[in-house]
Design a protein. Structure first.
Length: 164
């Protein structure tokens, strides 16, 4: 359940990155079987689309014209993403609580990271600050998902008898 909150918090900084990670894990079928995720997340088109949207969000965030994450559409996107990613990695019977934890993480982190970002922008500028934030988001997403997914199956090597 803590991972549901963490992925939601990551969505507070970048709404699409954790959604793309969960969608990719669903596509690869490495989410636990009893998870509460939406089946549509694993569709190849959805996985590709979330990756494209995440890449666009990472690129667009460096632009001076990028909207603040705490405006209504930004918060709405974070609420939706937080709920989906929170529920997607939790056991099915706890998906409602996990979705709420994802939303709580997303909304609280949106305001905290916005404040930190504004302070950093005044000191270091838009692009360097955004790049550092991207690195933190990608790293946090990777490590959070690493514990939320099943280990990848290792290919079985057939043993070939050696001639005597």
């Amino acid at each position: 359940m803590f991972r549901s909150f963490l992925l939601g918090a990551i969505a507070g900084a970048r709404s699409m990155t954790p959604l793309a990670a969960v969608s990719d894990a669903a596509k690869q079928r490495i989410l636990p079987a009893n998870n509460g995720g939406l089946r549509a997340l694993g569709h190849p088109i959805v996985a590709a689309g979330t990756k494209a949207l995440a890449a666009g969000e990472l690129a667009g965030d460096k632009m001076d014209s990028a909207p603040d994450r705490i405006v209504a559409p930004g918060i709405a996107a974070r609420i939706v993403a937080g709920a989906i990613v929170g529920a997607s990695i939790a056991p099915r019977e706890q998906r409602m609580l996990a979705a709420l934890l994802g939303v709580a993480g997303a909304v609280s982190a949106a305001f905290v990271t916005f404040d930190l970002r504004m302070r950093a922008i005044r000191r270091f500028g838009q692009k360097p600050t955004g790049l550092v934030e991207d690195a933190l988001v990608l790293g946090a997403t990777h490590f959070t998902m690493k514990g939320a997914t099943l280990p990848r199956a290792q290919p079985v090597q057939a043993s070939v008898p050696q001639p005597a």
